[in-house]
Design a binder for this molecule. Structure first.
Ligand code: UD1
Ligand code: MG
Length: 454
């Protein structure tokens, strides 16, 4: 039997006024990834080969965010916000292409799991024309209620249109509704807007499908957190906590050592290898890979970085995008690395800035080493050869190359290339004045001037 085809439609046309932000709601970030990106990642994990995303007018950044996660996503603009059914119909050209299953998800419900999308589709495969995802929230206020008679779902009633008795129902609509592709348009086109909000409600599909003689089904989400919709910053923070719990549990399950996982903040795309150890209070921004056996010490922040096997990072390290830390390399306290390759076994153990650079294998950067990569207009590169030794408190003014096994004396400002194996000193020579301290003390009090070193 051929696999059933499916089209996920993600509704993301809302403004999200309650977020009190100019950013469209679905672009707010959870675990380093926009809300919409989470939904599309779940779609992809559920085997979705195509996706339609419905956005609001002037929301081009939302389309861009969708394509970042799902490059082939078809984007449709809903010119006017006239309800969830109206939004789905904005994707009519995609629906008309003909799919076995249509699954509607909300862009502001980011924690939906791929397994749940699969369960909705399974119910369609079982013969239902419409399948609704229900859940039992602690506080059902604001949700549509699932009106069930016996085993049959007969309607979804929006709160504003519900009777007192219907409002007492605990089983609510999570928002996800799946349609048999064969019947979807016939059902959707029959939905009207004769209700309290004058909106075209997707939920009316239930009653309409029943009057058309179709089978309608409801399934229940396993956990409330999964279908949590985000409307406010407080809900965003709540969802973040939920996501962090999931990510930490998965990392521990995979063998990562974290003695205080509740203090470690992961991103949705953080990749941690075998036997990685993460000390308390570490923050991962998006795009981080940590290879086997590496250790991330406390109070470090990593983003867009790749930490090689057995490397040690932190405590108090900052890895910014483009930081590639080689096998067994050490990045110590108060060291910042940006767009730089630190080759195997190289060390920068204290107080350094390494930006737009290569640090060769086994090189050692002393405390206070700075790559001066920016001249106020352009960025320039610093290339440090293998086995080089950079004395403490040196400024390497890029563009500059330090050859293999070369030495730079402490406190140098290096403005010219240093050949392999050479010693470069870029500082004033030390002057010693014997007995000068006694001279100073012998001066009468309230003097105008101290003797100079000359
Ligand atoms: C909806 C459901 C309700 C359910 C709840 C779950 C309907 C009619 N009601 O209500 O049963 O309990 O979600 O959270 O479906 N959207 C558009 N264009 C529109 C309208 C909405 O794209 O014209 C998008 C929104 O951006 C959002 C989603 O659809 O992502 C849901 O819209 P929202 O207004 O939040 O619906 P609710 O009133 O919460
Ligand atoms: Mg809502």
């Amino acid at each position: 039997m051929q696999a059933r085809t499916w089209l996920p439609i993600v509704l993301a046309a809302g403004e999200g006024t309650r977020m009190r932000s100019r950013l469209p709601k679905v672009l707010h970030v959870l675990g380093g990834r926009p809300l919409l990106g989470h939904v599309l990642a779940a779609v992809r994990a559920a085997g979705g080969a195509e996706a339609a995303v419905v956005i609001g007018p002037d929301h081009e950044p939302v389309a861009a965010a969708a394509r970042e996660v799902f490059p082939s996503a078809a984007v449709f603009v809903q010119a006017e916000r006239r309800g969830t059914a109206h939004a789905v119909l904005a994707a009519r050209p995609a629906i008309e292409r003909g799919f076995d299953d249509i699954v509607v998800a909300f862009g502001d419900t980011p924690l939906i799991r791929p397994e749940t999308l699969a369960r909705l589709r399974k119910s369609l495969a079982g013969g239902a024309a419409v399948v609704v995802l229900g859940f039992r929230p602690k506080d059902p206020a604001g949700y549509g209620r699932l009106v069930v008679h016996g085993h049959d779902l007969v309607a979804v009633r929006e709160e504003k249109d519900a009777t007192q008795a219907e409002r007492a129902i605990g089983l609510c609509n999570a928002g996800l509704i799946a349609f048999s592709g064969r019947h979807a348009l016939a059902i959707l086109d029959r939905i009207g807007n004769a209700n309290a909000k004058r909106e075209f409600y997707l939920t009316d599909a239930v009653e309409i499908a029943r009057t058309m003689g179709h089978t309608v089904a409801a399934i229940e989400a396993e956990e409330e957190g999964e279908v949590r919709g985000i409307n406010t910053k407080a809900q965003l923070a709540g969802a973040e906590a939920e996501l962090q719990q999931r990510l930490r549990a998965a990392a521990l399950e995979a063998g990562v050592t974290m003695i205080a996982p509740e203090t470690v903040h992961l991103a949705a795309d953080t990749k941690l290898g075998a036997e990685v150890e993460i000390e308390p209070y570490v923050v991962f921004g998006p795009g981080v890979i940590v290879d086997d056996g590496a250790v991330i010490r406390s109070f470090s922040r990593l983003e867009g970085a790749h930490v090689g096997p057995g490397a040690i990072v932190g405590p108090f390290a900052r890895l910014r995008p483009g930081a590639l830390i080689g096998a067994g390399a050490h990045i110590g306290n108060f060291v910042e690395v940006k767009e730089a390759i630190i080759e195997a076994g190289a060390k920068a153990n204290h107080l350094a800035y390494i930006g737009d650079a290569r640090v060769g294998e086994g090189a050692n950067l002393g405390a206070g080493t700075i790559t001066c990569n920016y001249d106020g207009r352009d960025k320039h590169r610093t290339d440090i050869g293998k086995g080089a030794f950079i004395g403490s408190n040196s400024s390497l003014v890029a563009p500059v190359t330090i050859g293999d096994h070369a030495y730079v004396g402490s406190g140098s400002v290096i403005t010219h290339d240093v050949p392999a194996g050479a010693l470069a000193l870029g500082r004033t020579r030390q002057v010693v004045k014997e007995g000068w301290a006694a001279l100073l003390r012998a001066l009468p009090p309230k003097r105008k001037k101290v003797p100079t070193a000359e």
